[in-house]
Write a new protein. Structure first.
Length: 476
């Protein structure tokens, strides 16, 4: 706690709305907000404040005093510890209402408006998404560690911190993982592969796990990826170059022999990473089977390698594409897909257009986009560049095309926002993973005469604090 700052006593609070990263916000006895996680809106929780960031108290949840009216039982065994799926204690519909409210608050803040004004001037559609609240992720990245993060209760029971673990980094703990026997967000076949990894590496291998404090060890990460529409799986195994090739071979063979029901394991990719950064990246050392799998979105096939970017919820992405399509209102002509990744939006929408022009900074993603476009017979052009570097050249095009932008969380580069603000394009659709960025950019676009007309919220990540927003703009 900062110097001169009063401590706040443990107390009970009513959770009123969602804060950052799926946390809950309630009022403390001194009138300030308290941020606590997990804590769903509508619940009453006992909190132990441990710090303050600007005007918001940060607190740990001691216990749930009263569940929210639309309570649901969390399915995950490490709920509350892992930090990933904080809203499991709410029904999906209550989660969606809470997340929509938080997203609108952030958009309004970005625009410098009140939420009431936003609701008055913009058509806000109900949240859309699939009914699949669990098992929806098509990719998950796990970390190996020789230390685990324990709950208060397990600490009291004297469970050891040291050992061999595989799971998810606890929030703010670079050196420990929350040990995960399974993950409820991935499907049963991926969980079977996780079980094999645990048996083969944690229990039947003795090479050291990566120790992030000492920066040494062998086993670092495992990546499980699948094509939801095809049932094809791929596993990435990340080690340092100290790994024994025979040991990795043994693990790969056990993975390939794992019964997966209807699903198939296309391949196991061994990747070497000797760097200090704790990321699942590196050079491919060996592949057993294939290095790619196929996924389908709107009937378009995408070839994905372990590191290609793809929306992590394929069925949810179908809903997102439909929302973008409705927002485009059957424009036709040329579609400019800015921040296109491997072209998933542009290619899925291509049947409604004569051609697609995509711009994306990652060369490998652009190469994938070209291959996918050629296979799908889509007329177009895919450019590897930062949008802000080429927006000047694209300016003459901007007037005659429909524009879809799907920027990263930071939103549009100011140069891009200003260039689009001046464009007389027939349609502009903004896909936002961070609602506040859309709000801020909408204010810049408004200076050039673009009005935010409609917002379509899409739920791609049940149980988290995220909601994707599709914004339709039109020229005033
Ligand atoms: C939210 S993703 C959208 C990807 C794609 N539309 C999809 O649905 O799969 C944002 C993409 O923007 C790319 N990106 C980030 N900054 C960029 C920039 N300045 N210029 C071009 N691309 C950028 C990222 O690599 C990423 O692929």
């Amino acid at each position: 706690m900062g110097r001169g700052r009063r401590r706040l006593a443990p107390q009970e609070i009513e959770i009123e709305e969602l804060g950052k990263g799926g946390s809950g916000l309630g009022r403390a006895s001194d009138g300030r907000w308290v941020q606590v996680k997990p804590a769903p809106p509508g619940a009453r929780v006992a909190v132990i404040p441990h710090g303050r960031k600007r005007d918001v108290w940060l607190a740990r949840r001691a216990h749930l005093v009263r569940p929210a009216p639309e309570h649901a039982a969390p399915r995950c065994a490490v709920f509350g510890l892992c930090g990933g799926c904080a809203l499991q204690e709410l029904t999906l519909s209550a989660q969606r209402r809470a997340r929509q409210a938080a997203a609108l608050r952030d958009v309004a803040q970005g625009l410098g408006w009140t939420v009431a004004r936003l609701r008055e001037q913009v058509v806000i559609h109900p949240v859309e998404g699939t009914d699949q609240a669990y098992g929806y992720r098509n990719k998950v990245e796990l970390s190996f560690a020789p230390r685990r993060f324990l709950s208060e209760a397990d600490h009291q029971r004297g469970l050891p911190i040291g050992g061999r673990f595989l799971g998810f980094h606890a929030p703010g703990r670079f050196d420990r993982v929350v040990d995960a026997q399974r993950c409820e967000l991935i499907d049963e076949a991926a969980n079977a592969l996780l079980g094999t990894l645990r048996r083969a590496i944690l229990h039947h291998d003795d090479q050291p796990l990566w120790d992030a404090r000492a920066q040494r060890g062998v086993w670092r990460h495992a990546l499980l990826r699948r094509g939801e529409a095809t049932g094809e799986h791929l596993v990435g195994l990340y080690t340092t170059s100290d790994a024994s090739a025979e040991a990795v071979e043994r693990v790969a063979q056990q993975l390939l022999g794992t019964p997966l029901g209807e699903a198939t394991l296309r391949g196991v990719v061994w990747i070497l990473n000797d760097g200090v950064a704790d990321v699942a990246r590196g050079e491919i050392a060996r592949v057993w089977g294939e290095a790619t799998l196929t996924e389908r979105l709107r009937g378009v096939s995408f070839q994905l390698s372990v590191h290609s970017f793809f929306q992590t919820n394929t069925a949810g992405a179908e809903v997102l594409v439909s929302a973008v399509e409705r927002a485009l209102q059957g424009a036709g002509g040329t579609l400019l897909d800015l921040y296109c990744g491997i072209g998933s939006l542009g290619l899925a929408l291509a049947p409604g257009f004569e051609r697609v022009i995509g711009v994306e900074e990652i060369e490998a993603a652009v190469a994938d986009a070209r291959v996918n476009a050629a296979r799908a017979g889509v007329e177009g052009e895919w450019r590897a560049a930062r949008v802000e570097h080429v927006i000047g050249e694209l300016a003459p095009l901007l007037s005659g095309t429909s524009i879809v932008v799907d920027p990263p969380r930071v939103g549009l580069h100011p140069k891009v926002a200003r260039a689009i603000a001046q464009a007389t394009a027939p349609r502009l659709v903004y896909v936002a993973c961070k609602p506040g960025s859309l709000g801020r950019d909408a204010a810049i676009l408004a200076e050039g005469g673009w009005r935010l007309e409609e917002l379509y919220p899409v739920d791609l990540f049940p149980h988290t604090g995220h909601i994707e927003l599709v914004g339709r703009f039109s020229r005033a």
